[in-house]
Each structure stands twice: as C-alpha cells, then as structure tokens.
Design a protein around this ligand. Structure first.
Ligand code: F0G
Length: 456
C-alpha cells in the first residue's frame, strides 16, 4: 500500500466550534491582532503550537491512573527516570514542570554576564533565559539554512567554521556551554545531522566546553537521520536517538513535544557537581528532585510517551503528513520553507508579502489573515518574536520572517490539513491587498506572547 495512514484510531473527540469570517473579524480585533490573545474556542484549526497539545494514547491515560503521588521516591519517578536513562543515557536526571524551567536552572548555574552561548538557533525561551542570566545568546546556523527553497537535508546544522572561530576567539572562559537544538524549531523545524552533532561534540571536547542538546523534538530529528543520512537506513530510530545523546554532556527537554505529554520536562547532565547545584535550585522553585513540579501521573505519562514517540510507524506518518502540506503549498507556488520539517509548516512571510517591511511585521499580518480567512491560528516567528535588543532597546529585523503552523501530534486528520491548505490558498490569492502592522504595546521580554498590534 502506498498510502501512509494515521496509525491510530479515534476513541474520544473534542468538538470544533465553527465561526464566520465576520465573527472572526471582531474576535481578532478584540484580541489586538495577536493570535495568542484569542480564546481557543474561537479557533477552528489550532496550529499555534505542537507543545502540550498532543493527543495521549489509551496506554498513557491508563498509566496516569497508576501515578504514585508520594512526595519523595514515588514509583512514578523510578519509571520516569529509568525510561529517560534508557533513551537519553545521562547520569543525572531532574524532572521540571516544562522545558523552560530546565533552561532557567541550567543557565542560572552556568551563565554569567560574560557568557556567550552558541546554538544553531536558540528558541525564544532559551534566548530569554540566557539573556535574563546576563549572557549573550548567539545563533550560528549553517549557510544552507539561508536558502529556504533548497532541499538540503540538514538545514538545522550548526555552522562548524563559525563555531570553531568563536571557540578559538572566546575560549571556555566565555563559552560556558555549546548548544544545538534538535530539530531547529526557530530555523524552520529542520533536522541536525549525526555528522554535525559529532563534529560539535569534538570541537566542544577539544576546548573543554560542555555540549548540551535542546532535545524537544529528538525523535523527529532521529527519524530524519534514518531517512536522510547515509549509513543509518537500517538503524532503529531509538538507537539513532541514543547515539545523538552519547555525544553530549547534557540536555534540556520539554516533554510537551516529543513525549506526547501535556506538561513536563527535564534537565540532564553527566556532571554530578553541577547537578548538585541544579538540584538546589530545583527544590527552590520546582519541587523535590524526584517530582520537580510534576504530579506522579505526569511522570508516568511522560515515561509512556517517550516510548511511543519512537514507534517508527508513528514517525513515518508524522513526517509524511507534514511533507504532504508542504508539497501541496509548493506546487501552488506559496513560499514555504523547504524541505518539510517535522513538527510544523513554515510560511515564508517575507516572500508571501514582499511589499511589507520587516519592521512592519509581515509574519504578524499573515498570521492575522489566516485567522480571519479560515480560523487557523499560527504564530509569527520573525521580527516580533526576535524582540528588541534587551541591552540597547533597539529593534532588530529577524533573519527570517516566518509564520509557523505547528501540527499537534495525533490530533488533526488529513481532511483538516486539506482545509488548512484551502485557507492558505485563499489568503495567497488576495495577498497584494494585505497591509503591515505596528506594535501598540509590548513587554520587554518575550513580547510576542502579549504584544498588541494595529494595522498600518
Ligand atoms: N526549546 C525549544 C526548541 C522549544 O521549541 C521550546 C518550546 C522550548 C525549548 C521550551 O519548552 O515550552 O516546555 O517551556 N516551544 C514551544 C513552541 C512553546 O511552541 O515551539 P517549554
């Protein structure tokens, strides 16, 4: 059979409330043209994020009933710890309530005002947590990532020459850690090759700098390696994941992505001394080290989800369904980041709306129009999200102006995706009449969540 079907059937449903364009005009105006400020019930297809929005399995729900809510040393903790250890391989494992809590703890301990932390592309919470600790977050994606049209298979790679130069210039005194994000969410959901991970690890080891993986979408990245990197065709995806982590000294993880969980995360390291300092902070704001701000049932859901996410039939379906949307958009001429990533489709707002200046936020305009047209909620990943420089307050146009349509795991069917394609095509037909936006009000950090906009 050629058709790759959803490898699950539906046991429980949530109704979607349908709205008219006229109703949505009012709703988005009242939300100050920021899709984050809409009520979820006013959204038809919610592609705001793939984070915490996945459908859990009957098995995971069953495991939640077995959750052990003991304060310390709960059975759920051991099931969680053993699963994380088996896949990720690190010595020290600390549960946190989500990924950014792991980031905050890690950077509070490792980063100071002289620090520079390189990454392929920092996610916004990662960047903000580094900057909050006084450090500088530096993006050094590979050159191939700039060509949004090419089919280069690993556009998530780090620019190894830039990394070597940075390490030679700044040394371990100024670089407390090197990070790589798999897959590269802010750079189009593109994967990082095993060869790149291995080289980063070598550069880091030679310089005596710890190497961390932002592991949010590790299973998708591992499966891309299986599909695209010569030599891995016949390796089980779980072993590819294990190899990826074997090159690293630690990781941060949001279980809201590739663990199918609605909440949760963890921080790992092989450094016992560092882990001691991190646990002190963990106790201060998250909880005792065997639950880290999570209920026992959440730890069990994560333990089941981490196994399910590595199911290769699931991963085949996942990568194929994202590619389906990208292929249809490309053949209609809609500018989109290629090749297809794992968790999301990224519209290239700069080319979709070339008449709008970067600092008039073409991505914001496009995300508002997708909502008005079809009730689709996506998110701008461009100059709004990049934010102003926290030191100078100066606005910086982002390297890319994208609108991300993130696909929750196991939630929408192919006909939902056909509806999304139709909505995007309708906006594409009338793109010349779409205006730019200005910011009316915005906070200093992570402004895209709450900023208010007006049409220019
Ligand atoms: N790192 C990456 C690459 C992420 O995509 C996210 C979250 C985080 C860290 C932080 O994890 O949300 O559990 O605190 N990304 C979500 C998104 C919010 O929509 O892409 P968190």
């Amino acid at each position: 059979m050629k058709t790759i079907i959803e490898p699950f059937k539906i046991k429980m449903v949530e109704p979607i409330q349908l709205t008219t364009m006229e109703q949505r005009d009012t709703l988005i105006r009242n939300a100050h043209y920021n899709p984050f400020l809409l009520s979820a019930e006013d959204v038809i297809i919610d592609l705001l994020t793939d984070s915490g929005t996945s459908a859990m399995s009957a098995n995971a729900w069953g495991a939640m009933m077995r959750g052990d809510e003991s304060y310390a040393g709960a059975r759920s903790w051991y099931r969680f710890r053993d699963t994380v250890k088996d896949i990720f391989g690190f010595e020290q494992i600390m549960p946190t309530h989500q990924g950014r809590a792991a980031e905050r703890i890690l950077f509070s301990v490792m980063v100071n005002p002289d620090s520079i932390v390189p990454n392929n592309t920092h996610f916004d919470t990662t960047r903000a947590n580094i900057e909050y600790a006084g450090g500088a977050a530096l993006d050094i994606p590979c050159a191939e990532a700039d060509d949004l049209d090419s089919d280069f298979p690993f556009k998530g790679n780090i620019d190894l020459d830039a990394l070597k130069k940075l390490v030679a210039k700044e040394g371990p005194e100024h670089i407390p850690l090197i990070m790589v994000t798999v897959t590269n969410n802010s750079g189009g959901g593109q994967p990082v090759s095993m060869a790149n991970i291995r080289s980063i690890s070598r550069i880091a080891k030679d310089a005596g700098i710890p190497f961390y993986i932002d592991a949010c979408r590790f299973a998708e990245n591992a499966h891309f390696i299986k599909r695209r990197e010569p030599g891995y065709e016949n390796t089980p995806t779980i072993d590819i994941a294990r190899e990826m982590f074997s090159y690293a000294d630690g990781c941060t993880m949001s279980a809201k992505k590739d663990a199918f969980a609605n909440i949760g995360g963890f921080l790992c390291t092989n450094d016992a001394g560092l882990a001691q300092q991190e646990r002190n902070l963990l106790i201060l704001t998250e909880g005792f080290p065997t639950y880290g701000g999570l209920a026992g049932r959440d730890l069990d859901a994560i333990a089941v989800g981490l196994r399910e996410i590595l199911d290769e039939d699931y991963l085949d379906y996942r990568l194929t369904s994202t590619r389906y949307v990208v292929q249809h958009l490309r053949s209609a001429g809609v500018p989109v980041v290629a090749p297809a990533g794992g968790h999301a489709v990224y519209l290239d707002a700069r080319r979709f709306l070339p008449h709008i200046e970067p600092l008039q936020y073409p991505g914001q305009s496009l995300s508002v129009e997708l909502y008005r047209e079809a009730g689709i909620r996506g998110v701008e990943i461009g100059s709004v999200m990049a934010g102003a420089d926290p030191r100078t307050g100066e606005e910086r146009p982002a390297r890319l102006e994208l609108v991300r349509l993130a696909i929750p795991r196991r939630v929408y069917t192919q006909s939902h995706m056909d509806y999304v394609l139709e909505g995007i095509n309708l906006v594409w037909q009338r793109r010349d009449g779409i205006r730019g936006m200005r910011i009316e009000k915005a906070p200093k950090f992570l402004r895209h969540f709450t900023a208010e906009f007006e049409w220019i």
